[in-house]
Design a protein around this ligand. Structure first.
Ligand code: ZN
Ligand code: ZN
Length: 251
């Protein structure tokens, strides 16, 4: 039984880490800020993975996030811990996200460049369907690994909780605690958070230079997603639009 619990924790954690990696590369650095372009078939695989593991619509994520940058830490910011308080953003980040994504204004204003395509209409706009299939896949994997398919339900629940809490930490902790080497923004750097959020914890760097595809700018900073971006770029699946060397020298 102890081994089963361990497998649940590890499986959920791994899914979360890959989902965060895909979120930062594809949704964040790619679609939102255009610091890089992910090409097919990797882009399609990323969309499919996000659909199965988060049920989110990329253009909604992008719209909420661009609104955050445009209004950072003002009353119009969808999730400012300075305005709303740390715990409200940390614990209700998903609800705050949903409220802004569905407000009928943000999507039109901030994601005009991302209309729904045939993949969205057929599959990816059906978030609940994606999550149900994703959970079924997890249960199937557990049936093979442990003979207890239902453990997949726990792994899926653990993954969703971890994904939502880590996203909340980037938005909440990453605006109130940590260092601010670049003083043009209220966002903060936390290297420990960057290690568990595929580089997103270097949030001060990111807000200061949002189109940089690489989040680490200085010695001692490490962006775990950058190695993956470089590898995918080597095989022609990503093109980095903003040269990180130029970005570094500009800081
Ligand atoms: Zn931010
Ligand atoms: Zn951003």
């Amino acid at each position: 039984m102890l081994l089963d619990v361990l497998i649940v924790l590890i499986a959920g954690f791994l899914v979360t880490q890959v989902a965060i990696l895909v979120t930062t590369i594809y949704l964040h650095r790619g679609l939102s800020h255009k610091g890089l372009v992910v090409k097919n078939p990797t882009a399609l695989a990323f969309r499919g993975f996000l659909w199965l593991t988060t049920g989110m619509r990329p253009r909604e994520w992008v719209a909420v996030h661009r609104s955050h940058h445009a209004n950072a830490d003002t009353v119009d910011d969808p999730h400012s811990p300075i305005v709303l308080g740390y715990w409200k953003v940390q614990l209700t980040n998903a609800a705050l996200y949903r409220r802004t994504a569905k407000d009928g204004v943000t999507l039109t204003k901030y994601a005009k460049d991302l209309p729904a395509d045939r993949w969205d209409r057929a599959l990816f706009d059906r978030g609940i369907l994606g999550l149900v299939i994703g959970i079924a896949v997890m249960c199937g994997a557990f049936a093979l690994l442990t003979d207890h398919w239902w453990l997949g339900l726990f792994a899926a629940a653990w993954h969703m909780t971890a994904y939502i809490m880590l996203s909340g930490a980037i938005n909440a902790y990453g605006h109130v605690r940590g260092s601010r080497p670049l003083d043009t923004t209220t966002a903060t750097n936390n290297q420990w958070l960057a290690y568990i959020t595929a580089g997103e914890g270097l949030h001060n760097n990111h807000h200061a230079l949002a189109t940089a595809a690489k989040f680490s700018f200085a010695k001692g900073q490490h962006d775990p997603a950058w190695g993956v971006i470089k590898s995918l770029s080597t095989v022609g699946q990503i093109s980095v639009r903003h040269d990180p060397a130029k970005v570094s020298s500009a800081v």
